[in-house]
Design a protein around this ligand. Structure first.
Ligand SMILES: [Zn+2]
Ligand SMILES: [Zn+2]
Length: 249
């Protein structure tokens, strides 16, 4: 499994950090987890064609996690060649309705002609190539979910999307190799519905993951200080993500 964090930032415009987006591939199957604004350009930097994506997973409907869904659909119709393979979507409850409402605004410009959007039920595991994808609700918006991807060799990664400390993310992440958690704010600026370094470290410790990767840094959260903050609770390996960081399992 090869993980690339395409965007380690938030809704705050940044030349350093693009909005939330992670690419996961087993070598043949490519999965995108969230696609905030700027994700399509980040995909190009990771040398990935948009038509290579098999499945897009969305944790929730916030703009910093979904905005490039529209450009993805629009570009898939035209460039560089129209997409002909189906595109699967596994997303938080309400996403299908969200897409239908987007078509009221954009019309047929975002309705594929040469391929089909396949809507998967996030309540059930999905298998793509050697990857099995499962989802669980987390504490952010009422319909937010997190994803776990496991390959056939037993390696696994979990991505929180946006969440607060909750039992569900711990249960989803039990024993995983890499746990990628949002780390929006420093510990002295806790906002309900988001994590801080210590809260992220607590989740990693209770889940017993091997490695913790912190991402989704608002400007007030210094990644260099976030690592020792999380280390107060978690003794395993901790990294602060930056855009295009790669993790190979
Ligand atoms: Zn966010
Ligand atoms: Zn959010």
């Amino acid at each position: 499994m090869h993980i690339t964090i395409l965007g380690s930032g938030t809704c705050v415009p940044s030349l350093e950090r693009s909005s939330a987006c992670i690419k996961v591939t087993d070598g043949t199957t490519t999965v995108l987890l969230d696609s905030g604004p700027g994700s399509l350009r980040q995909l190009m930097r990771a040398e990935t064609e948009i038509n290579d994506i098999d499945l897009v997973c969305y944790t929730h409907l916030h703009v910093d996690h979904t905005a490039d869904f529209v450009p993805l659909l629009f570009a898939s119709k035209y460039a560089p060649l129209p997409r002909t393979r189906d595109l699967a979507i596994m997303a938080a409850p309400g996403f299908r309705d969200f897409y239908d409402r987007l078509t009221y605004a954009y019309g047929d410009w975002i309705v594929p002609e040469n391929c089909t959007l396949v809507w998967l039920d996030a309540g059930r595991p999905a298998v793509f190539g050697s990857l099995t994808i499962t989802a669980a609700p987390v504490r952010h918006t009422p319909h937010s979910i997190a994803f776990r991807l496991a390959d056939s060799s037993g390696k696994s990664m979990v991505y929180s999307g946006d969440t607060d400390y909750c039992r569900e993310i711990i249960d989803l992440a039990v024993g995983c190799d890499v746990l990628i958690l949002e780390c929006s704010f420093p510990d002295d600026q806790y906002h309900e519905g988001h994590l801080t370094p210590e809260r992220a470290g607590k989740i990693a410790a209770e889940a017993g993951c091997r490695q913790l990767v912190l991402t989704h840094f608002y400007p007030d959260c210094d990644p260099q200080q976030a690592v020792p903050g999380a280390a107060k609770k978690f003794r395993g390996c901790i990294h602060a993500a930056h855009d295009l960081i790669e993790i190979k399992l």
